[in-house]
Write a protein that binds this ligand. Structure first.
Ligand SMILES: *[C@@H]1O[C@H](CO)[C@@H](O)[C@H](O)[C@H]1NC(C)=O
Length: 187
């Protein structure tokens, strides 16, 4: 098949792949975007809503990435660490931050507990294992998150006493998966 008829074949039978590829490219992205129209998903994690407000993969951001996330009551992030800075602003709701500041030991160990609340802000030091938990019974927890050095490489722990060396790398992370795996030279 010539390249043109190959492309034609694709457009005819897989128009959806066009939609996906524009979702994953920064070319068609306008400067001012309505977050109400931004792609939003739980990426297979029940009770999570994630929007990449400005991202490395989606918008070609080089230094920082911004997320808008909502956690349903009772839901939480995995226990995890990453070698980037991370800043949270709590827009709505309340919950608990668990933070282990022991990246120099063999495992995170018992974390410190901090209450987080609407209009509070906190940052996670590089490589400290942490977990954000919506501990409220019936209110969503909504946070705006800024990370440095995107796309994020996350090491996930099953518990606070799992050795750092056993933490499992998740890369690309859930919301980067689709587009980081996109073959670059198709279409
Ligand atoms: C959070 O800050 C906004 C803006 O200053 C304010 O209108 C709102 O009442 C604050 N909410 C709480 C729960 O403090």
């Amino acid at each position: 098949m010539s390249r043109n008829s190959y492309v034609f074949f694709f457009l005819l039978f897989f128009p959806i792949s066009l939609v996906e590829s524009s979702l994953c490219s920064s070319k068609d992205v306008s400067l001012v975007r309505n977050l109400n129209d931004a792609p939003q998903s739980n990426f297979g994690r029940e009770g999570l809503s994630h929007i990449t407000v400005a991202g490395s993969v989606l918008h070609d951001m080089k230094e920082v990435e911004v997320w808008l996330q909502t956690f349903a009551p009772g839901t939480r992030t995995p226990i995890h660490r990453h070698s980037c800075e991370e800043v949270f602003v709590v827009l709505k709701g309340s919950g608990t931050l668990f933070l282990a500041s022991s990246s120099h030991m063999k495992y995170p160990g018992t974390p410190e507990k901090f209450s987080i609340f609407s209009n509070s802000t906190f940052h996670i030091p590089i490589n400290n294992a942490h977990q954000v938990w919506n501990t409220h019974d019936n209110e969503d927890l909504q946070v705006l998150v800024v990370i440095s050095r995107p796309p994020v490489k996350v090491f996930i722990y099953e518990d606070w006493f799992m050795p750092h060396t056993a933490a499992k790398l998740k890369f690309p992370y859930y919301w980067d998966e689709e587009c980081l795996h996109q073959p670059k030279d198709e279409l």
